[in-house]
Write a protein that binds this ligand. Structure first.
Ligand code: 13P
Length: 256
């Protein structure tokens, strides 16, 4: 992390876990244990139906609420979908876009991810855009090209003054939910590549202001080492965000 130029952000991605009542119990525990948050931003990205509960529970704290997805159109006949304006109106600050689970199980393409990014920014939300390679792609040696392409596609048409509002999360698919974390060097190498890609598109000042997270089996044990890397500006945390002591330990590692 490099706090001089950009925010460190620790975000929990609850995925499809926790009913509103279970989520409330978890947030109450997190609020108690997390202590004073000084040097980083903390976000809980909860299921849609948990959002009102989370906003109430976190009202007087420094923990922000995020969503895990949204539709790219402003409104209309899209049964079952949720728009960026609906999230913004509730008080949601962040929205995860293009998580590998959405790309894999719901067919989200780079083009769709780009549409969602543009819509989120337009509504005043901060998108957390996920990029990452599969193990076969890493083994083929195409990780750099692939990640650069995902970043370029996600950012297509994003105006210069909005790029700083974005967060990019590097989540190697082989590290998600597997307990197999990228090494700190591997994580930094790709976060640096993402920054270089943004630099080519928008220049050095903008690139150094963008928060780039690592995600994939980040936990209480490995967080400090990952966050010590110069280009790793935080974490997007799945499993460990569902346990208050683990999530708190990661926040503490970022709060040092
Ligand atoms: P895990 O931390 O469970 O590996 O999940 C990472 C992730 O997908 C966060 O979005």
């Amino acid at each position: 992390m490099n706090r001089r130029y950009r925010k460190t952000i620790i975000a929990g991605n609850w995925k499809m876990n926790k009913t509103a009542s279970e989520g409330k119990a978890l947030l109450d525990e997190i609020k108690q244990s997390v202590g004073k948050i000084k040097w980083c931003e903390v976000v809980c990205c909860v299921p849609f139906v948990d959002i009102p509960m989370a906003l109430r529970a976190l009202k007087d704290t420094r923990i922000a609420v995020g969503a895990q997805n949204m539709h790219h159109e402003a409104s209309g006949a899209y049964t079952g979908e949720v728009s960026a304006a609906m999230l913004k109106d509730l008080g949601v600050k962040y929205v995860i876009i293009g998580h590998s689970e959405r790309r894999e199980y719901f067919g989200e393409t780079d083009e769709l991810v780009n549409k969602k990014v543009l819509a989120a920014l337009e509504a005043g939300l901060h998108p957390i855009v996920c990029v990452g390679e599969r193990l076969e792609q890493r083994d083929m040696g195409i990780t750099h090209e692939l990640i650069a392409m995902q970043v370029k596609a996600a950012l297509a048409g994003v105006p210069q003054d909005k790029v700083r509002k974005m967060v990019i999360a590097y989540e190697p698919i082989w590290a998600i939910g597997t307990g197999r974390t990228a090494t700190a060097e591997q994580a930094n190498e790709i976060c640096e590549l993402i920054r270089a890609t943004i630099r080519k598109m928008y220049g050095a000042r903008t690139a150094r202001a963008v928060t780039i997270q690592y995600g994939g089996s980040m936990n209480a044990k490995n967080a400090s080492e990952l966050l010590a890397q110069p280009d790793v500006d935080g974490g997007l945390i799945g499993g460990a965000s569902l346990k208050a002591p683990d999530f708190t330990a990661i926040v503490e590692a970022a709060n040092q």
